[in-house]
Design a protein around this ligand. Sequence first.
Ligand SMILES: Cc1cc2nc3c(=O)[nH]c(=O)nc-3n(C[C@H](O)[C@H](O)[C@H](O)COP(=O)(O)OP(=O)(O)OC[C@H]3O[C@@H](n4cnc5c(N)ncnc54)[C@H](O)[C@@H]3O)c2cc1C
Length: 246
Amino acid sequence: VHVLIVYAHPEPKSFNGAMRDLAVSVLGELGHTVEVSDLYAMNFRAGAGRGDFLEAADGDYFNYLKEEMHAAEGGGFSEDIRGEQEKLMAADFLILQFPLWWFSTPAILKGWVERVMAVGFAYDRQRRFDNGVFRGRRAMLSLSAGGPAAAYSAGGISGNLEVVLWPLQNGVLNFVGYQVLPPFIAFGLARGDAEARQAILSDYEARLRGLDDVQPLAFHHLDDFDDTFRLKPDVMAKTAGQGWGR
Ligand SMILES: Cc1cc2nc3c(=O)[nH]c(=O)nc-3n(C[C@H](O)[C@H](O)[C@H](O)COP(=O)(O)OP(=O)(O)OC[C@H]3O[C@@H](n4cnc5c(N)ncnc54)[C@H](O)[C@@H]3O)c2cc1C
């Protein structure tokens, strides 16, 4: 299996850096090939703009989706975007490694998603969800949070983590066709002691070694929705309250 880790932390000695290093060494030991996109080290540009394309579809009025489609149809993406798209196409398994910042990814990773997962390349009207470009491949979020697990459980002050991660897990990964494995979350880093952090790294190692046995999250199939993209009433009645996307 070829693995791509997209890593978004500015400090190599950070806990996220330790999680990345662990994944590289464990997955390598298991016989996989691993590539890392270290977004800060690459000085990856977060902001989408005209510079993302080799030529303009419309030099007068900038419409990002139209420019993306034009680039995908042959106009060409900038070198940084093309490089990341090639890495994605080569990877059977994608890990996004990041600290939770303001209930989301660091901006540099949000920018990576915006710029790399371009319409015409990562999805289009026909190719999304079950029919997505990355169908048959797996993806997983690996993140750290300052807050403790209890704060992110149902009834916790930060709210259910399923909701916090929904944009990434459904809006991005499931949308482009990946099977999404349950996230690995290093909680409580704001207060955790060294021993707690070692325990988290051991848990992460166990998760990485057991990846083949991990069941992907269950999302609805496209067929479960009517043509306005609402769940069909019989499906809704059957699956209400069952978690992830249900
Ligand atoms: C802008 C911003 C917004 C934030 N928003 C949120 C939010 O919305 N929700 C939330 O919960 N938190 C939030 N936080 C907190 C953030 O999630 C945590 O600071 C982050 O997850 C910690 O991960 P890190 O990699 O940066 O850890 P670091 O601070 O780099 O590391 C933590 C500790 O781990 C140690 N360490 C490094 N390597 C190892 C190793 N191999 N073994 C053991 N220990 C090691 C480091 O030396 C350090 O002492 C936010 C932080 C920022 C800066």
